[in-house]
Ligand binder design. Structure first.
Ligand SMILES: [Zn+2]
Ligand SMILES: [Zn+2]
Length: 249
């Protein structure tokens, strides 16, 4: 190893240690207590979902199943998310996807209590795979980082059983039929046996339509998984309800 290589390695190591220790809030950069990821104020202003649909977990105004689920239920039996995809929560997801890898810890910390409360029976965690090309470009798969961290923290096994074989377009830009077409054949399970009888929890950063996780869940259920559920940090609000409310006002 040359002196320069040694020095660069040292700098990288120190940077990693610094990220792990964290001195400032990941949102506002104010000083925080050691090992805190967000300051009290930023934590309190995250758009937490207080009342969610019992099936998809999206925020609802009145208790009960949301309109989206009445129209077309998700493939996953149940989904839950911590926050609405807005404000500080949306900013964290975007930054995590744009290279600020270390933020997976911040998200996982918020997701942990929800996992423990809502999915005590899940016996394996998994993630939404990316195509090799996309993962190489980003340098990591944030869904895998979240699942790995939550697996470390809960002791639940991490299943690495799926791969993504083709690139898909953003689901929200497509109509229902185009969505199904877009996702068809996107995922492949290379370890089907490991899924037999398991209660699987898919971990991801955001739920938009739920169709991507649904495609993966469908394959897992057909491979013999007992149940497949979904935990995300944010979810996009029920648009149908939003529109009808806007019309009223
Ligand atoms: Zn802050
Ligand atoms: Zn719902």
């Amino acid at each position: 190893m040359t002196a320069k290589e040694w020095f660069l390695r040292l700098v990288r190591k120190l940077k990693e240690l610094d990220e792990a220790r964290n001195y400032t809030c990941d949102l506002c950069k104010r000083e925080v207590f050691e090992n805190e990821r967000l300051c009290k104020k930023c934590r309190e202003t995250l758009p937490m979902i207080e009342l969610g649909c019992p099936l998809c977990g999206r925020r609802v105004r009145e208790a009960g199943v949301c309109l989206e689920c009445k129209k077309q239920p998700l493939v996953v039996q149940r989904a839950r998310s911590c926050c609405l995809h807005e404000g500080g929560a949306a900013a964290l997801v975007l930054r995590l996807k744009k290279g600020e890898r270390f933020l997976y810890k911040t998200l996982a910390e918020q997701m942990l209590p929800l996992l423990e409360r809502e999915f005590p029976l899940a016996d394996a965690l998994t993630f939404v795979p990316m195509t090799k090309k996309a993962e190489k470009k980003r340098g990591y798969n944030q869904s895998r980082l979240l699942a790995e961290e939550l697996s470390r923290r809960t002791g639940k096994e991490l299943l690495d059983v799926a791969e993504k074989r083709k690139e898909t377009k953003a689901q929200k830009t497509l109509g229902r039929t185009a969505r199904e077409e877009n996702l068809k054949g996107a995922f492949h399970l290379f370890k089907r046996k490991e899924l037999k009888g398991r209660r699987v929890l898919i971990v991801d950063d955001t739920m938009t339509t739920g169709a991507t996780a649904g495609e993966l869940a469908g394959l897992m259920l057909r491979a013999g998984a007992k149940s497949v559920e979904l935990l995300t940090f944010t979810s996009v609000e029920d648009k149908t309800l939003h529109r009808s409310e806007k019309r009223k006002s």
